[in-house]
Design a protein around this ligand. Sequence first.
Ligand code: AMP
Ligand code: MG
Length: 335
Amino acid sequence: MKTEIVSAQECAKAIKLLRDGEVVALPTETVYGLAADALNPDAVAKIFEAKERPRFDPLIVHVPNGKMLDEIATLESELARKLMEKFWPGPLTIVFPKREIVPDIVTAGLETVAVRMSAHPIFREVVRKLNRPLAAPGANQFGRISPTTAQHVFGELGGRIPLIVDGGATEHGIESTIVQVASRVIEVWRRGPITDEMLRPFGEVREQTSPVNVGAPGQLPTHYAPRTKLIVVESLGNFCVPPGRRIGALAFRPVAGVTDSGRPRPTTAATNASSDFAAMHHLTERGDLREAAANFFWMLRELDAENLDLIVAERVPEEGIGAAINDRLTRAATN
Ligand code: AMP
Ligand code: MG
């Protein structure tokens, strides 16, 4: 199959394909999604095929408005309503009891459905004009690095899907926060751009930690993984590169004396041992966690393409969206 990449001006092509039961890759404010009509089980099956995603992993459904949310889910919780008022449209996915109309293939047989309302102008326009809910997981092969540009999607799914709408690099760079609401408690199934700190004013925030819980397979212990072996360290400053090994580094921010061999910086004798990385990326120049999140997946992807023996990634500060980056790092790691 030939995969076409088109600009936002050609959104009509995406809408036509979606109406015809095809899949289309679209930008959202988090990462690129692979969309299909959520009420058409044959169309949704094509998402699983293109991604080689196991059928037990349920999909997030995007709605254009509250009316469509009411058609696919029951809204019993006042707290959920408050979260929607505050964070929708935006990168927050809420798990609701589902209605009959949602096919089992979308929810992997669960009685709940995860729903989101994207703020991305392209995604919004498509879902509004189509006026159908869209199932849309990340537009990557199952378990691999999430795509934050149209070119990444092409690298992952080129030849398997008919169309990618190019909206440039995505804003947040990591997947939506997923929550389920129980009376006064907000259970966080997956950390993301809507941070614990942002949720706390609305209720008690509890993290769902069980790694094998079927409710949230984005919680699989290994996910978002590069092909290259990856380990996570607290600080790159103490890491010594063994001679003869091609090791790449994913650093939080520039640290004096730690650099890649291709772009030498002045180093002291004391720090020389750690300056022989074959490749290095800094998630942020200024120590800004939002910038770090936006850069995370593409930098991981760049390192994965360097033919390295190992990627060593540094944990970032565990605050705000940093908690979500660390969560992705842990799942990408082999240690
Ligand atoms: P993604 O593959 O990044 O689009 O995210 C889909 C993820 O949403 C799944 O892997 C689950 O973690 C989560 N999810 C989808 N539906 C549900 C649900 N009904 N209950 C809990 N989590 C869900
Ligand atoms: Mg995914």
